[in-house]
Design a binder for this molecule. Structure first.
Ligand code: GDP
Length: 469
């Protein structure tokens, strides 16, 4: 079962504290897990224990970062420092756990100092107050001057409700997923250089008897748009909005700029769309202009699909024996597809649709594809699955910027959709090289089925201080 609610994203609470103060006990208590299973979510990295709570936030215990059995004092100190760094970077609220029986030790003081500097919301959780007679121990801790101090017994549940209430108060009300009342109009646009058939595709769409224009073309600010409902062969009605394409402008006879090719207009229509169709001419293939436009689409982070238009010409050529070296049209098509993926490598995971504006081939298919890509973008990728995948991918192949030290991803979290954004907390700061980024991207696309959905990975790792190895 997947308890992940995307709206949890950004609502992260991290448990911080030196070893043995009872962090994992507290984690299990808040997660309402009776058993002291620490790494209970399949695939969650050993470094960070995390779970998405019904209360509307994600709970992290970073206590596993950097610690190995039999670590000496210096190693423990470094590990704790790393844990604090990740927690501060990742979380909105920090539960700083101390041992109420032992009192403050110097390692606590170090953590305390770091946390204060971070400016984050902090609750001081004084643990191991198992009996009411322990409560006077709190007095000492209150002197530390934290705005919020709670005494608990993670083992027995004392103080649990108070802590829960306080967390809820600080995080504020749980955001609700917006209620969708009517199907959303997916905004589509055709991008491509002149003469690839953008306006012909618009025409083919508009003259289809399955299509009803629900609103006359209008201009809002800079963009020209047209709402239409398409009745699919299944009988389902699909609402769309066609935005700001050169083709549409020609059809609607809105005065067209004189310039032969305007990248700026293309960029504007890409910005206005949910799903961008990159139109390619089957006869011409990929030119520099295609590469420039595909680059813009990739940069924009918009959903995309590639249309190979004028496929009727290829079909005719094949039928009349003008295409050699391919036994079947399907084989020719596969070779064509490979070439596109190679040449437009930055859109390599895009769906590709072979179409013809001339005979209407694939018109429904391309509309359907935009709906599918759009639906993929709505997917919830659970924290557990995302972390499991990162772990697997990094294990299989490590990124290149690592020198000497093993690269570790402690924890990753989805922070956005359209494009899918991930914050990746790791033991090194740096940029992924292009090849490695592509490798991760492909892993995500294949595992989660994200064809046509761009991905963004943001690496967060501690910078080395001068003098450190
Ligand atoms: P745009 O500049 O991208 O809007 O391209 P147009 O729609 O004006 O098309 C350019 C030329 O290609 C025109 O002569 C069209 O008739 C032709 N064309 C467009 N789509 C097709 C197609 O699917 N098959 C064939 N054979 N010709 C097409």
């Amino acid at each position: 079962m997947d308890h992940f609610h995307f709206m949890n994203a950004g609502r992260i609470v991290a448990i911080v504290g030196r070893p043995n103060v009872g962090k994992s006990r507290l984690f299990n208590r808040l997660a309402r897990k009776r058993l002291a299973i620490v790494h209970d979510q399949p695939g969650v990295t050993r470094d960070v224990n995390s779970t998405d709570l019904e209360d509307g936030y994600t709970l992290l215990d970073t206590g596993g970062i950097g610690l190995v059995a039999g670590a000496n004092e210096r190693a423990i100190y470094e590990a704790v420092e790393e844990q604090v760094f990740i927690s501060v970077e990742a979380a909105q609220l920090i539960l700083f756990v101390v041992d109420g029986q032992e009192g403050l030790v110097s390692l606590d003081e170090i953590v305390l100092e770091r946390l204060r500097k971070s400016g984050k919301e902090i609750i001081l959780v004084v643990n191991k107050l198992d009996n009411s007679s322990d409560d006077d121990k709190l007095v000492l801790f209150r002197k530390l001057g934290f705005k919020r101090t709670v005494g608990v017994s993670a083992e027995h549940g004392r103080g649990e409700d108070d802590l829960r209430e306080l967390i809820a108060k600080i995080l504020g009300p749980k955001p609700e997923e917006p209620v969708v009342t009517e199907p959303r109009r997916i905004k589509i646009c055709f991008a491509g250089r002149p003469n690839v058939g953008k306006s012909s595709l618009c025409n083919a769409l508009l003259k289809s008897d399955r299509l009803v224009v629900s609103e006359v073309p209008g201009t809002t600010r800079d963009s020209i748009e047209l709402d239409f409902d398409y009745t699919a062969k299944s009988g389902e009605v699909w609402p769309f909005r066609l935005v700001d394409t050169a083709g549409l402008r020609r059809i609607t006879r809105v005065r067209q700029p004189v310039e032969y090719f305007s990248m700026k207009r293309t960029e504007e229509s890409i910005d206005a769309a949910d799903v961008v169709f990159m139109v390619i001419d089957a006869q011409e293939g990929i030119t520099k202009q295609e590469q420039a436009i595909a680059g813009k689409i990739a940069e924009s982070g918009k959903l995309h699909a590639i249309i190979v238009n004028k496929w009727d010409i290829a079909q005719t050529a094949f039928d009349s024996g003008k295409i050699e070296h391919h036994a079947t049209l399907a084989e020719y098509r596969a070779a064509f597809e490979d070439a596109i993926r190679r040449e437009l490598f930055f859109l390599a995971d895009s769906p590709i649709i072979f179409a013809s504006a001339l005979n209407g081939y694939s018109i429904e298919r391309l509309l359907n594809e935009s709906r599918e890509v759009d639906a993929r973008a709505e997917q919830h990728l659970s924290t557990g699955r995302v972390n499991a995948l990162f772990e697997k991918l990094v294990q299989r192949r490590e990124p290149r910027f690592i020198k000497g030290k093993r690269f570790r991803i402690y924890y990753a979290t989805q922070t956005g959709r359209r494009p899918f954004r991930f914050k990746v907390f790791c033991n090194q700061s740096g940029h992924l090289d292009e090849t490695y980024r592509r490798y991760l991207e492909r892993g995500f696309v294949e595992t989660f089925g994200l064809q046509g959905c761009p991905l963004r990975f943001e690496l967060i790792g501690k910078k080395k201080k001068a003098g450190e190895k």
